[in-house]
Design a protein around this ligand. Structure first.
Ligand code: LR7
Ligand code: MN
Length: 613
């Protein structure tokens, strides 16, 4: 890494008249660097210079260049959602109404792992529900004399998601608090999209800068690249698929102005990747396990029972990684990030350990809320196909965890053979900053973490997104029940097997007489969560992951909406059963007894007309 960077740097300079200019700048940056912050050690400094140098050259080139050639991105504003957040409008946006929609949707899932069709239809502005606890609302903030550089790195991000983030910041943040927004395009390979974003940004904003890394850096180095261009007093990092909520920035800045060595994190609300619904996250805090996987943990009892819960900062052993704010000089003083980390993973625990062990603290600020699209998978790979999370975690373990790294190595034995590169810089950083031991961190910051073999009750959620409160497991609330009748044939929906057989497909059958004992087989219960439960046992679900036609079938109810969510919508005068996750409607494949029910484009054709009675 060291060699590669300096070699590239030299090649870059040779033979071009920029050399002299570059040298001069290097000297002046050097001075600026040592004056501005306590540079930790030499190599990081050199690497930092290289990054700086490249970004500056690149930025200059871009300023002069003509706009790149690509189709213009239409400025979409969905009026229905600008002022009022409305889930039924959102649901209707997901309806796939033809092959074009289908392509947009499929490509979107493939490239971004969320529903790009809905994202595009929402447009660049929308209201989101105010998810703060009442105590946070209606407060007047004292004057804040800090400004921010908001840094958003992205690799192949979906344009409307990214631009909605930028607009949400502009729409919901006092102007004087935002010095600049720096979008770092980490050498996206979907050229058309990154070109569209660039042109839109240049045409529509004046305090938003778009810069591009000279080659794919991964999110860790891309953030440092952005930070080195920033001039605000506070750096705010955000993932590129977020939307900020009302008054999100003030509480973060107030906390930092109180204590400049506090690193603050908003509560990360959930934007559903299928429907783009914005949902409140419960109050949890960041932890990890010995495999160095981040976890959301329940709050310790003293925090949970605090009367100011919901408005008071919560100390957090770790952060999720993507959304946080800290003083710019403190970011540099603390050693930015480990530039030896690639693409994705591990940097969140690294910075968390470093903050706590080297004299700072990490807090979640519940009055600040930012939504993030939680996806089921990461849509991008990395250039060399290596497991960067494992490599990065090894660096964390070897630099920060002292003898406790053995627990990690036991948990992830594959790590034994992975080359994690040179960590001497980071070790000297730790010395230079006189950081405390990992044992101190465990004792004082995260005593709840049990050592392998200990039997302590688990405080962890297994999910990647903040765990839901327990009401998920409560009994479903029934809103009505009846037979699902296919209108044109007067046939009823039922299981092709016994009512309790999982995975059974759903077919049309002659409707049972309501007085007969067999009626249970055709009795559906609609719940508050839009489930359709047959005989209150299994839920109407869709086959996912299959290519081609997707059939309706019966599965164990999970209560999470998704593939088990069904909404009644009207089309051409008919009432249809719409499944927002697939964007499609329940359809009889054959309008006769034994015809299976599948999912198809919502056309309102007679195959799709159902009633419940
Ligand atoms: O090579 C890359 N270059 C980039 O610029 C790869 C990614 N990126 C960008 C990417 O476009 C995105 O904006 O970096 C950002 C983060 O990448 P994601 O969205 O793929 O990450 P994630 O949300 O799956 O993962 C979480 O953990 C990561 C560990 O490296 C980062 O810290 C992410 O920022 C972090 N996200 C959050 O904390 C949001 C809440 C999720 C949780 C839990
Ligand atoms: Mn993310």
């Amino acid at each position: 890494m060291r060699k590669r960077l300096s070699l590239k740097c030299c090649l870059f300079g040779i033979g071009i008249p920029l050399t002299l200019w570059m040298t001069l700048n290097l000297v002046s940056w050097d001075m600026k660097l040592s004056a501005d912050w306590n540079q930790p050690q030499r190599l990081t400094l050199r690497a930092r210079k290289t990054l700086l140098l490249r970004s500056k050259v690149k930025a200059q080139a871009e300023e002069k260049g003509a706009p790149r050639q690509c189709e213009e991105i239409p400025e979409v504003i969905n009026k229905a959602l600008v002022k009022h957040y409305n889930t039924s409008v959102l649901h209707s946006l997901g309806i796939v109404s033809g092959p074009e929609d289908q392509i947009a949707r499929d490509e979107g899932y493939q490239n971004f792992a969320f529903n790009a069709l809905v994202s595009d239809k929402i447009g660049f502005h929308r209201a989101v529900p105010d998810t703060r606890y009442p105590k946070c609302q209606d407060v007047t903030f004292p004057a804040i004399n800090l400004d921010t550089s908001i840094i958003v790195c992205f690799f192949n991000e979906q344009p409307s998601a990214l631009l909605r983030l930028v607009h949400s910041i502009i729409d919901r943040t006092p102007q004087e608090l935002v010095k600049e927004i720096i979008l770092v395009d980490d050498s996206s390979t979907l050229d058309d999209l990154s070109c569209q974003i660039e042109n839109y940004v240049n045409q529509h904003f004046n305090n938003v800068r778009l810069v591009r890394t000279p080659e794919r850096q991964g999110l860790i180095r891309a953030r440092v690249f952005g930070a080195n261009l920033a001039s605000g007093q506070v750096l705010v990092f955000l993932d590129s698929h977020c939307e900020v909520n009302t008054d999100w920035l003030e509480p973060l800045l107030l906390r930092i102005s109180h204590d400049p060595t506090t690193v603050v994190v908003p509560v990360i609300d959930i934007i559903n990747h299928d429907t783009m619904e914005y949902q409140q996250s419960p109050l949890v805090r960041g932890g990890f396990n010995w495999g160095l996987h981040f976890s959301w943990d329940r709050l310790p009892d003293n925090e949970k029972n605090d009367p100011d819960l919901g408005s008071k900062p919560i100390l957090s052993p770790t952060m999720a990684g993507g959304l946080f704010a800290m003083k710019r000089d403190y970011f540099h003083h603390l050693g930015e990030y480990d530039l030896g980390m690639d693409i994705w993973g591990g940097e969140n625990l690294e910075i968390s350990f470093r903050i706590w062990m080297c004299g700072g603290k990490l807090e979640i600020i519940p009055c600040s809320r930012v939504g993030h699209i939680f996806r089921k998978r990461r849509p991008y790979g990395n250039p060399k196909g290596r497991d960067t999370f494992l490599k990065n975690s090894l660096r964390v373990a070897n630099v920060w965890m002292d003898k406790y790294k053995e627990y990690f190595l036991k948990q992830r034995p594959q790590a034994q053979v992975v080359d994690y590169g040179d960590i001497s810089d980071r070790i000297s950083l730790r010395k230079h900053l006189s950081c405390k031991s990992f044992k101190w961190y465990l004792d004082h910051v995260y005593p709840e973490l049990s050592l392998p073999g200990d039997v302590k009750p688990s405080n962890k959620s297994s999910h990647h997104q903040p765990m839901k409160s327990k009401d998920k497991r409560k009994k479903p609330v029934i809103v009505r029940h009846g037979r699902i009748k296919h209108v044109s044939t007067n046939l009823c929906a039922q299981s092709e097997k016994e009512i309790y057989t999982k995975k059974a497909l759903v077919t049309l059958a002659r409707c049972n007489d309501e007085s007969l004992s067999g009626q249970k087989a055709q009795l559906w219960f609609e719940t508050e969560k839009n489930q359709l439960m047959l005989a209150q046992l299994l839920c109407l679900d869709i086959e996912t992951g299959s290519v081609g036609k997707s059939y309706a079938r019966l599965m164990k109810c999970h209560g999470l909406g998704g593939s088990q969510g069904w909404l009644w919508i009207k089309k051409n005068g008919a009432s249809l059963l719409y499944n927002p996750v697939s964007g499609k409607c329940l359809t009889a494949t054959a309008t006769k007894v034994g015809g299976y029910l599948s999912l198809d484009l919502c056309t309102g054709a007679k195959e799709q007309a159902f009633t419940m009675s």
